[in-house]
Design a protein around this ligand. Structure first.
Ligand code: SF4
Ligand code: SF4
Length: 349
């Protein structure tokens, strides 16, 4: 349920419009952060829940730029997610999001892929330690779209007594962000963590990171945080490259993880900042269910983000496979941080 008191805190100043990546592309009041707040207000006052409400709230990448900048301390991002839950309860949803929900209920992954989620492990799957302090959580995108990234990550993490879940399921992020219930996925993953006696989980996906943190009672690390704490043990060999770093919204603004990926990159190569970075980093356009349901908008946002890449950067490094995917689709040379780490490690690894 949308909290009417939280919604009424909006003084309609429009400050959030200046940063909302959706408003920058569409120019429509109803799709910008302030317009979404007005739609939420009308919903709390009993407005008819129709496709107009759905497409206003649906076109939010959950980037949290509005939440960060709001001078009245309103948190539009969370309120938009609350509004989406009301729309799901009223069955006013995009068919692309209903498909995501069906895929997750049936297959436990966003793609509706019936293949083994741990296929990237190959024969090593049979040798997985049954218990360990740390568990690697690959996530849907790396498991099914970038299995080589999942494999490289696991190979590096394996040096530090890390195992993987034999029956990992989606973290639930796509459902949580689009207003659906994700409790069944949380339960399935937590049950396995408990059975393995693990105390912490490590993920290389920003969306998974926020979702896993939301489970509660779980120690969660992003791959950059985990590796940054063990940088000296990695024996990094520097590379002759200049890169910039794209802060994924759910790792940066949502969770405050800005420095660990930068420390790792500085150990490997030259790092230059994007035109908008850290707290001000622009969104890649992929999150919040926007890539699935509004692909053209998603790609426009990604193309604008690519304008922030400094001319001297050989590549855009990031720490989220969804950002990699959306920025690549928009024509960017985006790579996962782990690709660079694995190139900088001695050949014995
Ligand atoms: S959400 Fe905050 S920044 Fe946006 S219009 Fe309302 S008060 Fe202003
Ligand atoms: S979270 Fe981002 S996309 Fe969503 S309304 Fe706020 S600024 Fe716009």
């Amino acid at each position: 349920m949308i909290d009417p008191r939280a919604v009424s805190g909006c003084v309609r100043c429009g400050t959030c419009r200046s940063v909302c990546p959706v408003f920058q592309e569409t120019g429509w009041e109803s799709s910008g952060a302030r317009g979404k707040m007005l739609v939420l207000k009308s919903m709390t006052e009993g407005a008819n829940l129709d496709s107009g409400c759905r497409d206003s709230l649906g076109t939010c990448t959950t980037c949290a730029l509005c939440t960060q900048i709001c001078p009245a301390a309103v948190r539009p991002t969370g309120l938009i997610e609350e509004g989406r839950r009301d729309l799901v309860l009223a069955n006013v949803t995009r068919q692309e999001h209903r498909r995501l929900n069906r895929n997750l209920l049936r297959y436990g992954n966003t793609f509706g892929d019936g293949r083994d989620r741990l296929g990237w492990l190959g024969e090593e799957k049979e040798m997985l330690p049954k218990s360990a302090d740390f568990v690697y959580f690959a996530g849907c995108v790396n498991s099914y779209r970038y299995p080589e990234t999942a494999k490289k990550t696991f190979q590096i993490l394996s040096r530090f007594s890390v195992t993987a879940m034999p029956k990992e399921m989606c973290c639930g992020s796509p459902l949580l962000r689009t207003g659906f219930d994700a409790g069944f996925l949380r339960e399935a993953n937590l049950e396995q963590m408990e059975a393995m006696g693990a105390r912490a989980i490590i993920t290389g996906c920003a969306g998974c990171y926020t979702a896993l943190k939301g489970y509660g009672g779980l120690e969660v690390y992003s791959v950059p945080e985990f590796l940054n704490q063990r940088l000296e043990e990695l024996d990094i060999q520097p590379l002759d490259l200049t890169v910039c770093y794209h802060d994924p919204c759910h790792l940066g603004r949502h969770q405050g993880v800005y420095d660990p990926p930068r420390r790792i990159l500085e150990a490997i190569c030259s790092l230059v900042e994007m035109k908008a970075s850290r707290e001000k980093a622009r969104c890649c356009g992929g999150g919040g269910g926007v890539r699935a349901a509004y692909p053209e908008l998603s790609q426009k946002i990604a193309r604008r983000r690519l304008l922030d890449v400094p001319a001297e950067a050989d590549a855009i490094v990031t720490a989220c496979p969804l950002c990699v995917r959306n920025l690549r689709d928009a024509g960017g040379n985006a790579i996962d941080l782990i690709d660079l780490v694995s190139r900088a490690l001695p050949p014995s690894l």
